[in-house]
Design a protein around this ligand. Structure first.
Ligand SMILES: [Zn+2]
Length: 577
């Protein structure tokens, strides 16, 4: 026990938090001074490299970053204590539409957004005005966020820090693209892509405000004869052509009669605009509301029976062609819309249609599937208690039945030459046959909305002669799987996800017209897309320290330098010194 008494002035009042901050700062300074997180080559210790996916500098780092980075940091420190030579570097993602889009929103005076920047992020007016320049915005948040990450005390080797539009990093990306192209992995092709009409660019996953993971889908358009024109109805289920009872149009939506290539089509106005972007020649001849056609008839191209055109409000004019064919025995939404009309037949009178037209419409059963009777759609609707065509549960019913019938359905005897065949087996042959006979056509659309970071709704565009990463290449897929098999994945159960993604990936548009980033080395008007320039960035950490320390300029970083460092090709004497 000490004899010391406390009858002098009491110690400074200090809150618990202040005390913690003081201790924090003391040790952070000590770590920095001792350089314990600065990894240098050391033959005596085993190497351990950890990485955290660099964050976009379009806003403050938040608790989500803390959540993930803290685990990385805990692991790094644990390995360090175990005696490993640990490298934990950090960088900032500037490329792509993310920052450019945020800056664009400031420029356009998006009030909700700028209020959030002022009130939540605490951005001062003078800085906010300069956010119209995406580079300023990115450097502002890089500086802010660096302070936050430093104060969090992560065990980072800051000597390796960079951001992704630094000229030296651009040289690294250029090198990667030059070599990929030489190997035949960057190719020109014609493919459908998700497209922002405002940015005039493909909209990659990270360039999206909404709709991550949504890809263009090909719809079969079944062409129902209507006078000297066609009503092309969009479907993923061409086999259901044997069960059609009527056509649906949205009476309130805008439709057009249009010349599409050599034919006359009746489609929604939105569909006509979309098809223009898909290499189709479209001339809209006449515009009208859907209700004009209600009560008329069209002809089934296979079975040849006459089908009434009826009103349905579940039909979205902005979805595919805005024309739907009705299969009430097997499509819950069709059954619901038909039931709505049959229960309130007088609703047809406002279209000048005799209610008797719908009274006798009976669903046509044409698929047998285990666990269901004659009319699976009716059963599913009853089981889930779906009220009407506007009930959100209708979609759940549709998905459920689609899956069941696709995997276990068999076509009944009223399906012509396809009778007795499994739905799954006929789908492709039937679509090909229908396309060959000019009974069906195709169009691309997005199954769910995609919104660009600039807040423009995206569409599908067929890009001709555009640059793609050839992810479809089977040999490249095999090599990737081979590489994956050498990796230890934790948890092991995640391995099949990687495998199926490798199988699923198709050619990937790898360049865009707007945003920050590295221009394509051989076609400078295009900028390398943000996911493509951030795949192997971890390798750059290993050399960036030296680039900075020795003041190596971007001009000096010719492709041969990277070949030498990463492939061991060439020698120091032949031009790399
Ligand atoms: Zn855009």
């Amino acid at each position: 026990m000490s004899n010391k008494t406390f009858n002098t002035a009491p110690p400074n009042p200090e809150t618990f938090m202040e005390l913690l901050h003081r201790i924090e700062a003391k040790w952070q300074k000590a770590w920095e001074k001792a350089k314990i997180f600065e990894a240098e080559p050391d033959p005596k210790r085993k190497k351990c490299f950890v990485t955290f996916p660099y964050s976009y500098a379009n806003g403050p780092v938040h608790v989500g970053h803390a959540f993930t980075a803290t685990r990385v940091d805990a692991y790094a420190r644990f390995k360090l204590m175990q005696g490993y030579n640990v490298l934990f570097p950090w960088a900032w993602h500037w490329t792509g539409q993310t920052i450019a889009g945020a800056s664009e929103r400031v420029k356009l005076g998006d009030e909700e957004f700028t209020r959030a920047l002022r009130e939540i992020d605490g951005v001062q007016k003078a800085d906010l005005e300069k956010f119209v320049d995406p580079v300023y915005m990115a450097s502002y948040y890089t500086n802010e966020n660096r302070q936050t990450v430093r104060r969090a005390g992560f065990s980072i080797d800051w000597r390796r820090e960079f951001h992704t539009t630094m000229p030296e990093f651009s040289k690294f990306v250029e090198w990667q693209y030059k070599r990929l192209r030489e190997k035949g992995y960057v190719v020109k092709g014609t493919h459908p892509v998700v497209w922002c009409p405002h940015c005039e660019s493909p909209t990659g996953d990270h360039d999206r405000q909404e709709g991550e993971g949504v890809a263009p889908e090909e719809y079969i358009l079944m062409k129902f004869k209507y006078g000297d024109a066609y009503l092309p109805a969009a479907t993923f289920r061409p086999e259901t052509i044997y069960g059609v009872t009527n056509i649906w149009l949205n009476p309130d939506a805008d439709y057009v009669e249009a010349e599409v290539d050599e034919e006359k089509w009746v489609i929604s106005e939105a569909a006509a605009n979309k098809l223009k972007e898909q290499k189709r020649k479209i001339i809209a001849v006449r515009r009208f509301k859907g209700k004009e056609l209600i009560g008329r008839t069209a002809t089934n191209p296979i079975v040849k029976q006459k089908l009434p055109i009826l009103p349905a409000w579940f039909v979205g004019a902005d979805h595919a062609t805005g024309v739907v064919y009705s299969v009430p025995a097997h499509a819950p939404a069709d059954w619901l819309a038909l039931k709505d009309l049959q229960q309130v037949p007088n609703s047809l009178r406002e279209f000048g249609v005799d209610p008797a037209m719908v009274k006798d419409i009976m669903p046509i059963s044409m698929i047998s599937v285990e666990g269901f009777g004659e009319y699976p759609a009716i059963e599913v609707v009853d089981q889930l208690g779906v009220k009407d065509q506007c009930d959100p549960k209708a979609e759940e019913a549709t998905k459920l039945l689609y899956k069941k019938e696709f995997h276990g359905g068999v076509l009944k005897e009223n399906c012509g030459e396809y009778a007795g065949k499994a739905v799954r087996e006929v789908k492709e042959t039937l679509s090909n046959y229908l396309k060959e006979k000019n009974i069906a056509d195709t169009m691309y659309d997005l199954p769910q909305p995609v919104i660009c970071r600039c807040l423009t709704p995206c569409i599908v565009k067929v890009l001709k002669e555009q640059w793609f990463l050839k992810y479809s290449d089977p040999a490249w897929k095999d090599q990737t799987k081979e590489a994956l098999s050498q990796a230890e994945i934790c948890p092991e159960t995640a391995t099949p996800w990687f495998m199926s993604t490798i199988d699923w990936l198709k050619d990937w548009p790898c360049a865009r017209k707007s945003g920050l980033g590295t221009p394509l080395p051989w076609n400078k008007e295009w900028i390398i897309e943000t996911l493509s320039d951030s795949t192997i960035y971890m390798a750059f950490y290993t050399i960036n320290k030296h680039i900075k320390q020795h003041r190596i300029t971007a001009q000096q970083l010719v492709p041969e330098v990277f070949d030498y460092v990463f492939y061991g090709k060439g020698s120091l004497d032949t031009g790399c010194a």
